[in-house]
Ligand binder design. Sequence first.
Ligand SMILES: [Zn+2]
Length: 401
Amino acid sequence: MTAKRAILIELPKGRCDIEYIKRLMALTNLAYREYEVWIPGLPKTIQHQLYEFKNFKKRLVFGTTPKKWSAETWLPLKTLRIYANDSMKGDRVAPVVLDFKSNTIRLRQVCRNEPRYVVELPMPKWVIDRVKEGGDVRFAMIGLKDDKPYLALVVERVVEPYQPSNYMLVIDVNAWNNGVAWGLIKDGFIIKWKPERPNLREVDNLYNLSVRLSGEYGKLKRLGFEKTEEGKRLRKKIKKLRKRLYTKLRDYVQKLVYRLVRKAFRHRALVIIDDMTGESRKELIEEKIPTGLRKLYLVYTRMFVRLLVTQLEWYGVPYEFRRLPSTVCPVCEHELTQEDGRVMVCTNCGFKAPRDKVPMYWAIRTINPSFTKISVAHIKGGQPPRPQGDPPTKGGKGPKV
Ligand SMILES: [Zn+2]
């Protein structure tokens, strides 16, 4: 299996001809729609390699094929890799050169349409780390995002998922207000469980403040005062607030994904993901969360799932998507009743667990059909029965999770 990851590198705006990049993107868009156009004046090397990309094109665009007639299509580029031991891989005349000897990236005639025009960038540590892990940067892309020029490097790695051990890591994805709950399961018993969520009060405060200021700015705009000192100051402040909010959420997502992937990898666990983003939307509407915030929560929830899957694949961690209900009793399948503090109770068999923990029991049930027999005592007594012959673990000496 080939796993892929990508990194975006902002290019120095002053050294890039935005109009030139726009033309290259328009050309790429045509290529995606099966037109082969040769534009005089554009470098032949770039045009040649664009049509050679035909077979790769679908996988090169981030996830989706470009919408018709939209010019926002990034241009795929070939790369030449020069390694520390002087070995080389790729096309000698490729427009993107990754030099691991000097740890620089050279872009040849990509940023401006002038012969021998080269922009040199420092190699991000991220790329060096991925290459150390066995990755190879066969392709790059150039394009504009919010009118800023970027280079995207696509790292590929051939990896076979490992055979899972007796560990399972269950990840139950909700929208951010209820967070992500994970459970580490060993031999059919939950040995650790934790709900994770970002600092919601902080997120809410930032969001509410930006909404309030946007309202004030709107008022000024209606009066025609948006160009005044105050208007400008307000606009700058709103922009800064939003950026802080997005950065906060993104950092949170990235750190959580990293931790969970490491945890799975360390235990050679099979990862089970329950992605209920669709249902979460309903839940958010019911909880009367404002539309803007709701969207924000969902955007970052989706980002979490996407990043998680990308990284699990990259490190060869086997995973499955499975629906794990949180409102049905995992012991007797009776409907569960929700009590205060998101605690779920079964009026039929006495099962009781925090709502976010119920999916973990369902995960155990799917791999262990005898779950119903052993589980009730365990859930009620709180102590998992120890398998015979297994020495008792002393406090603090349990498995590191
Ligand atoms: Zn029950």
